[in-house]
Design a protein around this ligand. Structure first.
Ligand code: SAH
Ligand code: SF4
Length: 340
């Protein structure tokens, strides 16, 4: 008999499972807490379960887990990149970063990505498959254990397009924010999308409290379509309309991510156009200097980055520059899978 992988099951599913093996539903609650709060990976460690029940669990079920292949620490900023192997031998990466009192984990949601952005190492891999809810949440559980650090924030900005794996992602976010599980504040979970417009509307309509970030990355449809082919289907005007819908529904700002690529997206005209595009949008702008991949693009010199930033400053909106962490170990935005 194939054993059922319990990691990724929510509370109701664990209660149902407990009943299916002739146990009281509250056994499901206990297993939930062991899996997601304490993060144990074996039934033997679940000390409040009877020997009898543990035997049944061994017979019928298992606890899937990520296998650590390598971890690399940045010498610049202490951030850590973890390479994990999944049960089908495919590989994903997660990056743990530290600032102030926060430990932010950047997680992957897919093996590879189908969106094919030309500047992104993950995009160059193509899509292998979606991650399961268990594999998504296990990145938090495993890095928490490996680093001995409580993960305070999660950003879905690793490998993959989160909204392309919408249902699994939402289930994982529910588990991550469950009080009886890792108990992350919903506002400390950020979902970043390249702009799958129907999913932005769905996310808004479902009233999720996770924060939303949108990768704009260009100020004309011509350039955006060239570097992000999905723009041909979902162009900038439609994207901003969807972003406005989300901010009205949620009463939260959206983060607009904008990758600065030398002589492509970083001119002063771009800065002016960007200001125009976000006019009337409740947002924060996050400028991301391009990190090297195998692509044809270049990172602007620091002077150009600062000029762009200065040009944006008269906007009534916070503008920040994301100096990516861990770029010396290819852990910066867009670099995941560069060497895997
Ligand atoms: N698929 C999602 C989330 C993962 S990418 C998305 O695209 O939004 C996370 C962020 O990294 C995105 O804003 C993306 O535009 C940016 N990014 C991708 N490649 C990059 C690179 N080479 N340098 C800097 N940022 C990059
Ligand atoms: Fe996928 Fe995001 Fe990379 Fe585009 S930038 S290829 S959507 S991971």
């Amino acid at each position: 008999m194939q054993k059922i992988n319990l990691k990724g099951f929510d509370l109701n599913e664990l209660r149902d499972f407990a009943e299916s093996i002739n146990e009281k539903p509250f056994r499901g609650d206990q297993i939930f807490s062991w899996l997601y709060n304490k993060g144990v990976n074996s039934f033997d460690e679940m000390s409040n379960l009877s020997k009898d029940l543990k035997e049944k669990l061994h017979e019928r079920a298992r606890i899937g887990q990520l296998k650590l292949i390598t971890k690399q620490q940045s010498t610049k900023d202490q951030s850590m990149k973890y390479l994990f192997q999944l049960e089908d031998d495919s590989q994903i990466e997660s990056v743990l970063m530290f600032d102030d009192n926060r430990a932010t984990l950047c997680i992957s949601t897919q093996v590879g990505c189908a969106i094919d952005c030309k500047f992104c190492a993950t995009g160059m891999m193509g899509l292998n498959r979606h991650l399961t809810p268990g594999e998504i949440i296990d990145q938090v559980l495993t890095t928490r254990k490996l680093s001995g650090q409580k993960v305070t924030n999660v950003v879905c900005m690793g490998m993959g397009e989160p909204f392309h794996n919408y249902d699994n992602l939402m289930k994982a976010c529910e588990l991550l924010s469950d009080e009886l599980g890792p108990n992350l504040a919903k506002r400390h979970i950020v979902v970043s999308t390249s702009g799958l417009i129907p999913k932005i509307y769905r996310f808004a309509d479902e009233n999720h409290k996770y924060r939303l970030a949108i990768s704009l990355n260009a100020t004309t449809d011509e350039i955006r379509s060239r570097i992000m082919p999905l723009n041909k289907k979902w162009p900038i005007t439609e994207l901003i309309k969807a972003a406005k819908y989300y901010t009205k529904k949620s009463d939260q700002p959206v983060t607009i991510e904008y990758v600065l690529m030398d002589k492509l997206t970083d001119s002063l005209e771009d800065a002016k156009r960007l200001k125009n595009i976000v006019k009337g949008l409740y947002c924060k702008i996050n400028l991301i200097p391009y990190n090297a991949t195998l692509g044809e693009f270049k990172r602007p010199e620091e002077k150009r980055i600062m000029q762009f930033y200065e040009q944006m400053r008269d906007l009534n909106t916070p503008v920040t520059i994301r100096w990516s962490k861990g770029d010396d170990i290819d852990a910066g935005c867009g670099q995941l899978a560069a060497k895997a």
